[in-house]
Ligand binder design. Structure first.
Ligand code: NA7
Length: 546
């Protein structure tokens, strides 16, 4: 087990998680002269990219943008090999960052934070881990990620299965050889859609168990030509500025037209061009009302359905693969390489769980109401308890020993997605109520970390020890987030954005849908106005507050 060199029990900051967020938080906060320790459950850095090692795993944001912008040297020295880097390459990048900025000495690996409790007498957080650590810190930064609490469905009989089973989000490091194996995969979200074509090429047979058909767009992944990359690097600052100014923190021009303003032939031409270019943004930024107006959305949805019908040979299979129950992009659209084509292979079978639901897992496979599918391996590509799950799996307690789990029992309540009333000096990176998963995560992380670093500098400069969101500011923010979401089509889908994929989870739209620039300027204004909506106190006063 790696341990940080400084074993002291009293710290300025504890950071939970050593993914993109935790690493940058460590770098920035250590740079302020604060003592920082990062606890990381994995044996290495990388977070999402450490755990999600399933076949075909890659980012759905282009690598030249899905990378840190805080260091120009780093930007210049790192070369990406593909338009969308595969998981091993992203992990190599994060490892490089950890070495380059000498981060490992303050990270304790193989250590899961189990509890964090605010001690009102001391005005400090007491953080405990599964390795017996018990430390005290003034500030806690939860860099626990949005999609890190993997969920395996509670299907009766799983423990009786005689073959091997895996979750895409907890993939074995040594990899899995499916050669000659009969493999079943449950789930057709991004992880399923990325891995199905790869597993199908290796396995003797692949059975895809689909509950909900998904919209998937071609990634058009390709090697990054050195001269194209050099060109981006020559003007990297401009690209980053464009990203910061765009809705999703990805450098694309905002669409100006409404889908139904354009005549059908022209609309189809635009959709064809977007399909040919590939990528998430091509299609989602074709018209400005796709996520606001169902009739506009229908035009894009219908175009994608027509593509599925063209690609898939068997009309019955195409019909089952065709999404009809939710508007396009209200679930995160997937990016694929040959997903729909895979169903033309002789060794791939599609099982429609809406017609024949799973009833149990038996020693030899999966039983549906249609019969038993004999399998050697099962892959669960069943997703995550998104955004709130990673936080609520830790026993976080604020003032009055109040558990965050209680406070959030009807859904998360935050101010700016970064703080929550009753939990002083606790910061959440890319938390619920912030753009997070609707934006380029690396940029969203940098914005949050920079904001937190500025905030801690401000506290230090003003002799303050504690910052806490007020209930009024939080209530207003939650209303604002819900109002924005309610004006979109997002709530119409049973998505993980809505918490709908986890039985019993409150149905609340989790991210902030007002766009990255609007969000960032709100955060900046809050800071410029002396942290409007927060209570700022000296330590003794913070401890005394009711
Ligand atoms: P997702 O997108 O949540 O997909 C999970 C898939 O698993 C989805 O098709 C689910 O069907 C399916 N699922 C979940 N539970 C079950 C059960 N009990 N039975 C059958 N099928 C089930 O997770 P991913 O890992 O693919 O992607 C997560 C994000 O990572 C992605 O959006 C990108 O941002 C990166 P459902 O649609 O709920 O009917």
């Amino acid at each position: 087990m790696s341990t940080p060199t400084d074993r002291s029990r009293s710290l300025d900051v504890v950071v939970v998680g050593a993914g993109f967020g935790g690493l940058y938080a460590l770098h920035r906060l250590r740079g302020l002269g604060l003592s920082v320790r990062v606890y990381e459950a994995g044996s290495g850095v990388g977070g999402t990219w450490y755990w999600n090692r399933y076949p075909g795993a890659r980012c759905d944001v282009e690598s030249l943008e899905y990378s840190y912008s805080f260091s120009q040297e780093l930007e210049q020295e790192w070369d990406w090999s593909e338009r969308y880097a595969p998981q091993p390459e992203i992990l190599r990048y994060i490892d490089h960052v950890a070495d380059r900025f000498d981060l490992r000495r303050d990270i304790q690996f193989d250590t899961r934070v189990t509890a964090a409790a605010f001690d009102e007498t001391l005005g400090r957080w007491r953080v405990t881990t599964d390795q017996g650590d018990d430390v005290s810190a003034r500030f806690c930064v939860m860099a626990t990620g949005c999609l890190s609490a993997a969920t395996t469905p509670d299907i009766p009989g799983l423990q009786s299965f005689q073959g091997d089973w895996f979750h895409t989000g907890q993939w074995p490091h040594e990899g899995v050889d499916f050669s000659g194996k009969r493999v079943g995969i449950v789930g057709t979200g991004s992880s399923g859609i990325q891995s199905i074509p790869v597993i199908a090429r290796q396995a003797s047979n692949l059975v895809v168990f689909q509950r909900t058909p998904n919209f998937s767009l071609p990634a058009r992944n390709e090697p990054l030509a050195p001269d194209a990359q050099a060109q981006v690097k020559a003007g990297y600052g401009a690209l980053r500025d464009a990203a910061r100014g765009s809705f999703s923190a990805i450098a694309v021009s905002a669409p100006t037209e409404l889908a139904l303003e354009v005549d059908p032939a022209e609309r189809r031409r635009r959709y064809e061009a977007a399909w040919a270019r590939g990528g998430l943004m091509s299609m989602t930024t074709t018209f400005r009302d796709l996520i606001l107006d169902k009739a506009a959305n229908d035009t894009a949805a219908e175009f994608i359905r027509s593509k599925i019908c063209e690609i898939v040979d068997d009309p019955d299979v195409a019909r089952v693969l065709t999404p009809t129950d939710h508007p396009f992009a209200t679930k995160r659209p997937c990016l694929d390489t040959g997903y729909f084509e895979t169903f033309n292979r002789d060794n791939v079978t599609l099982v429609d769980l809406r017609q024949t639901p799973i009833t149990e897992i038996v020693p030899t496979g999966i039983r549906t109401t249609g019969g038993v599918h004999e399998l050697d391996c099962i892959v669960f590509a069943t997703g995550f308890d998104a955004m709130t799950g990673p936080l609520l799996r830790i026993d976080i307690r604020g003032r009055g020993d109040r558990p965050l789990r209680d406070k959030w029992s009807a859904g998360p309540r935050t101010y700016l997605g970064i703080a929550t009333a009753g939990f002083p000096n606790l910061f959440i990176l890319t938390g619920p109520g912030s753009p997070s998963v609707l934006s380029n995560m690396v940029m969203a992380i940098e914005q949050h970390v920079d904001w937190i670093a500025d905030c801690l500098s401000y506290l230090g400069a003003h002799g303050l020890d504690a910052i806490e969101a007020t209930v009024d500011a939080e209530d207003a923010w939650v209303d604002h987030v819900n109002q924005l979401a309610g004006a979109t089509l997002f709530p119409r889908a049973n998505s993980w954005y809505m918490g709908a994929n986890v039985p019993g989870k409150p149905r609340v739209f989790l991210p902030y849908v007002g766009g990255f620039p609007q969000y960032r300027s709100t955060c900046d204004a809050v800071a410029a106005e002396g942290y409007r909506g927060f209570g700022l106190t000296a330590a003794a006063a913070a401890a005394e507050r009711p």
